[in-house]
Ligand binder design. Structure first.
Ligand code: TRP
Length: 454
């Protein structure tokens, strides 16, 4: 008897619900906070080109693979591999995913906590009349503090856990459907304000005129990691969500819709940020503070900026929540289905462990900043290990699993809804999962980690 016979699984109830939930997972701090700052560090245009290439050649096939695995197996990230490949070590891919979920949420919740602080700052009109330097100082003083960032991070974890306990249908769909489109509108408004700032043109040139001489091995690895991070890939999030997708959903269509939405929002965030970065003389390689310094600068220079800033940071918080619940869900679905704890207990257990790890991430930007491993503070170490190592590695094994272990037959059955859909592009998909994606990931890995020099 399969698992699904024992307990009727939660399901997304509508087609839009799936897209909203998967896009809700994908669209988050990765698009608005992380993309501009890693693109800025990676030299702008050249980074963007590589990033988009990685999404097309690697991201799309990995995403379709994850959905297929989850929907076919009807289990969590680890259980899915146990179901489809019993008595093999493949389940370790899921184990790696659960580990990555711990690392990612520990720093993700810290940054999400910053958005809470910035909502409060917006309410008290704290940005008004401040120049770039003062806003920079405001940010660095806050994140290097001890209690305030920790307090917000904890609040954020409680919010995340609360939604996850509520379950899939009521929890996840409800929050995503309405607010995502509103976020897009807000970003568009910001784009207009940013582009029309005097001197903003240089920012567009920075983002859209690639200078390939700036491309380094590290940048390539960073772009790959960012592609995985932004699309929520390589960790089993979309295996888990795939298991909640109805059997008659057209998976390929969902993949395209989610990836296009996610990529467009990242690029729009870039268009909103970089013109302002150049107009205000901010360093594009500023790092994790980039949007928290640039955006307040834009807000205070636009009519109604006070309200925009409140609304924007609130929407950013919600975007972060719809992502963080999808990260926590990976761990919770695993604990519930494989270790048989109740959903509530599983959520509390996972959240407490992640919060403890999160404390170290947060403090590593302040009192623990001297503690470094491989030259990285804990915050950066978690991010690098999870985003640039575990996620691409997970993605590599996921495409290898679908391409070579599961094979064309079952993959075609799942993606075509047991033959109901015609799939003209299926050979291309198989070619990508069997050869192109594994080869590209491996190459970027060994090159990016400095194992070979070209
Ligand atoms: N994609 C989300 C963002 O861009 C973060 C995220 C959610 C994630 N689930 C994930 C990242 C799984 C990696 C793996 O903010």
């Amino acid at each position: 008897m399969s698992n699904s016979d024992l307990t009727p699984r939660d399901r997304f109830t509508s087609r839009f619900g799936i897209i909203a939930a998967a896009a809700g997972s994908a669209v988050g701090l990765g698009n608005i906070w992380k993309f501009p700052y890693v693109a800025g560090q990676g030299g702008g245009g050249a980074f963007l080109v590589v990033y988009v290439l990685f999404i097309a050649a690697i991201g799309l096939p990995v995403m379709l693979s994850e959905f297929s695995i989850g929907r076919r197996a009807q289990r969590n990230a680890i259980g899915s591999f146990k179901n489809l490949a019993p008595r093999t070590p493949w389940f370790l891919v899921g184990v790696m995913g659960v580990a990555a979920a711990f690392l990612i949420l520990s720093f993700y919740s810290a940054v999400a906590g910053w958005t809470l602080e910035y909502i409060i700052k917006s309410f008290s009109d704290a940005f008004a009349g401040r120049d770039e330097e003062e806003l920079n100082l405001m940010f660095s003083t806050f994140v290097s503090g001890t209690w305030r960032p920790l307090f917000w991070q904890l609040i954020f974890m409680v919010l995340t856990a609360w939604i996850v306990v509520a379950g899939i249908k009521q929890g996840i769909e409800k929050y995503t459907k309405v607010l995502m489109p509103l976020l897009i509108v807000m970003i568009l408004v910001l784009c207009v304000r940013s582009i029309t700032l005097p001197g903003g043109g240089a920012g567009l040139a920075f983002l859209f005129n690639p200078d390939f001489s700036k491309l380094t091995a590290g940048t390539l690895l960073g772009a790959l990691g960012q592609a995985f991070f932004s699309l929520s890939l390589g960790m089993g999030t979309l295996i888990t969500y795939g298991s909640y997708i109805q059997k008659n959903n057209n998976l390929s269509e969902t993949v395209i819709q989610v990836s296009v939405t996610d990529t467009l929002i990242a690029i729009l965030a870039g268009i909103a940020i970089f013109p302002a970065v150049f107009a205000f003389n901010i360093d594009p390689a500023e790092g994790p503070g980039l949007v928290f310094i640039t955006l307040p600068n834009i807000f205070q220079q636009m009519p109604g900026g006070y309200f925009f800033s409140i609304i924007f940071f609130t929407l950013l918080l919600i975007a972060a929540l719809t992502s963080s619940i999808s990260i926590l869900e990976v761990v919770v679905a695993y604990i519930v289905e494989e270790l048989h704890l109740t959903r509530k207990r599983a959520t509390i257990l996972a959240s407490v462990m992640i919060s403890v790890l999160g404390i170290f991430c947060s403090l590593s930007l302040g009192i623990l900043s001297d503690f470094r491993i491989f030259g990285l503070v804990i915050f950066d170490l978690m991010d690098f290990t999870a985003s640039n190592l575990l996620l691409p590695l997970g993605g590599l094994f996921i495409v290898l699993f679908v391409g070579w272990y599961l094979g064309a037959g079952p993959a075609r059955n799942e993606i075509s809804n047991e033959g109901a859909l015609r799939l003209g592009y299926f050979p291309l998909f198989m070619f990508l999962v069997r050869f192109i994606a594994p080869f590209a990931i491996t190459l970027v890995f060994i090159y990016g980690l400095g194992l070979i020099r070209i």
